[in-house]
Write a protein that binds this ligand. Structure first.
Ligand code: IMP
Ligand code: MG
Length: 178
């Protein structure tokens, strides 16, 4: 463990086991559909990469980038599209992949935005859910783990762009951002 991490919340093994389970569930649910996996850059990329290999169906992948926290640990509530999809989605069953749903503001905006393009369906899959801080009412269809109200890093999640490459989810120590 590194000194900036106070405690490991979810181990590498637990993550890998849960991702396999989620992949099996999604494989069941999307048989015969036209699955487009939309990963939200950058946080969801590691989770999404592991997850798609466990979805045993034909699928396509695309990416969106939206503005997030910058170097702070507090949500700004401002959502801006920095990178949009490369394709039309009218005949697609979209599965949005997010790293963590915190206030829900980012996802709320994304769902509304994608809904307006009239895809066949939209569902949401997140690695982590922090329900205690929810501000926007969003339906999350697949949740990896629920986490307490702590700032977490690793497995794609960053603090000031760092720690994304940790293979586990850890609680950032207070000294690391005070
Ligand atoms: P929301 O709009 O408040 O739900 O925030 C969603 C985004 O905030 C996520 O995609 C993350 O990039 C970031 N975020 C929220 N909580 C954490 C955390 O505990 N660690 C790292 N990033 C976080
Ligand atoms: Mg982030």
């Amino acid at each position: 463990m590194i000194k900036e991490v106070e405690r490991i919340l979810i181990s590498e093994q637990e993550l890998q086991d849960r991702v396999k389970e989620m992949g099996r569930q999604i494989t069941e649910d999307y048989k015969g559909k036209n699955l487009l996996v939309v990963s939200i850059l950058k946080g969801a990329v590691i989770f999404a990469s592991d997850l798609v290999m466990e979805i045993k169906l034909p699928l396509t992948m695309d990416f969106m980038a939206v503005s997030s926290y910058g170097a702070s640990t507090k949500s700004s509530g401002v959502v801006r599209i920095l990178k949009d999809l490369d394709q039309q989605v009218a005949d697609k069953d979209i599965l949005i992949i997010e790293d963590i749903v915190d206030t829900g503001l980012t996802l709320h905006y994304l769902i509304e935005n994608l809904q307006s393009r009239k895809p066949r369906s939209i569902k949401v899959c997140c690695c982590l859910d922090k329900p205690s801080r929810r501000k926007a009412d969003v339906q999350v269809d697949y949740i990896g783990f629920e986490v307490p109200d702590e700032f977490v890093v690793g497995y794609g999640l960053d603090y000031a762009q760092k720690f994304r490459n940790l293979p586990y989810i850890g609680i950032l120590s207070k000294e690391a951002y005070s």
